[in-house]
Design a protein around this ligand. Sequence first.
Ligand SMILES: [Cu+2]
Length: 165
Amino acid sequence: MGEQAKGETDPHLGNSVTPGSDLMDVSLIRRTLAVVAIAPLALLSACGDDAGPEVERSYDVELRIDDSGDDYKFVAVGEVPDFTVGDEVTFIVENTGTLNHDFQVQAPDGDVVGLAPAVAPGDSMEVTAFLGQVGIYRLNCLVDDHLTQHDMQTLIEVAPLTVES
Ligand SMILES: [Cu+2]
């Protein structure tokens, strides 16, 4: 005991310049570090152009299985709303068909933003999804070959926010 480690001073101390950073990044980082050094997440959201995922309105949409002979199709009960970015939608899907179905909400970029496990005929499922992107969302059923063979997919279009008049 008592023997101390020798020769382990760090030769890199004081020489930690990161190569490859462009000047704008460096000055931005320096400035923001001084302000929010402890809260990188706050920094991220503060820098977002679109104010991040904020719920503009919430509503339910009821769906059921098509009863006109196509058991592999979700249809809306009543009027289809004008889906708009920022909407938080609770899809209530009643399995009025004769097969098990599940329900997946897929965003335009491919991310899955909602998923309900399969339910038997007569049961219903509920998924709340935040529609944070403009574009085509896909409502899929992933049970067996429902999507791959029977194209059990309903598309909804999410429109940009418009200025209220
Ligand atoms: Cu299905």
